[in-house]
Design a protein around this ligand. Structure first.
Ligand SMILES: NC(=O)c1ccc[n+]([C@@H]2O[C@H](COP(=O)([O-])OP(=O)(O)OC[C@H]3O[C@@H](n4cnc5c(N)ncnc54)[C@H](OP(=O)(O)O)[C@@H]3O)[C@@H](O)[C@H]2O)c1
Length: 276
């Protein structure tokens, strides 16, 4: 059984290695709260941080990474293109502004945050250019449902490396996962703890007890067992450490089947088919 292997990675469709586990910083307040959370995570062995322009904490993420003293190339950074910045004219500027805030020359992964109907295809063309110009090591999408992916795959020169969507046992989007697998798009699970709303679920608690683990660790490990990238958020050092202790056990096939059966189409975030 491996010890804590926080650098376990997946290989994206362009050969770039992406750590399977990272820290999300949505709703982590700009300033001390964010720098301290990122520093605590890096100290605990995390090497992957997920931010976005709209989280308003890219500067803090960059600051914490510099303060950590860990080499830039050892840390995988994702940021995202916000809706208001989509389109031919604004996308490149938005990426450059994110790079400046983060204090880096190149981001590891740049995602279109939402599939904004009138802008997503031209935004993607700009991401392709930015990728060719080496401003990002990989490009991908977020909140893309199957029809959005099918449309993009028809129009794009580059297949997205990643699709970041809400994904946990209570929103087990199997068809979307299979579509991503078919096209070699890495699925990345956001809100893997159902935004904290399923931590007290009795069925998760029962499985957690059996493995001497916490409900959060079971929810995170459920994604890792399926080779899904997972980015739980916490601002609390103890939880940041707790959430990372998911590489020293395996969930049995029988318990994975139980967890897979918990789907109830429970969304903690928006339904991407209804957002524009
Ligand atoms: N692309 C998108 O549209 C999108 C949308 C949503 C999220 N995301 C990304 O995914 C990341 C994670 O999703 P999320 O922030 O929505 O939710 P999450 O990670 O599912 O849950 C976070 C919540 O759970 C609590 N928590 C964390 N660890 C815990 C533990 N061990 N025990 C009990 N409670 C715990 C946190 O509180 P404390 O902070 O107080 O510990 C917070 O309230 C985001 O931060 C963001 O990077 C992306």
């Amino acid at each position: 059984m491996p010890q804590t292997v926080l650098d376990q990675s997946v290989t994206l469709n362009n050969g770039v290695m992406m750590p399977i586990f990272g820290l999300g910083v949505w709703k982590t307040k700009s300033g001390k709260e964010c720098t301290e959370a990122v520093l605590a995570a890096l100290e605990a062995g995390y090497r992957h941080i997920d931010t976005a322009k709209i989280y308003a904490n890219e500067e803090d993420v960059g600051k914490a990474i510099r303060e950590s003293g860990i080499a830039r190339k050892e840390i995988f950074i994702t940021t995202k293109l916000w809706n208001a910045d989509q389109g031919k004219d604004k996308t490149r500027k938005a990426l450059e502004s994110s790079l400046e805030k983060l204090g880096i020359d190149q981001v590891d992964l740049y995602l279109i945050h939402f599939p904004v109907t009138s802008k997503r295809l031209e935004s993607w063309k700009e991401l392709e250019k930015a990728y060719h110009d080496k401003l990002c090591r990989a490009i991908g999408v977020s909140n893309f449902m199957i029809p959005h992916l099918n449309e993009l795959l028809k129009e794009s020169a580059i297949t997205p490396a990643v699709n970041q969507v809400e994904f946990h046992p209570f929103l087990n989007q199997v068809d979307l996962l299979n579509t991503c697998k078919k096209h070699k798009i890495q699925l990345e699970a956001y809100s893997p703890l159902a935004h904290g709303q399923k931590i007290d679920d009795p069925q998760i608690k029962e499985i957690a007890k059996k493995y001497y683990k916490t409900p959060a660790q079971i929810l995170i490990r459920w994604a890792i067992e399926q080779n899904i990238v997972v980015i739980p958020k916490s601002t609390k050092k103890e939880r940041i450490i707790e959430n990372s202790k998911v590489f020293d056990f395996k969930i049995s096939d029988q318990d994975m089947t139980k967890l897979n059966g918990l789907d109830e189409n429970f969304r903690t975030c928006w339904d991407p088919s209804e957002v524009d």
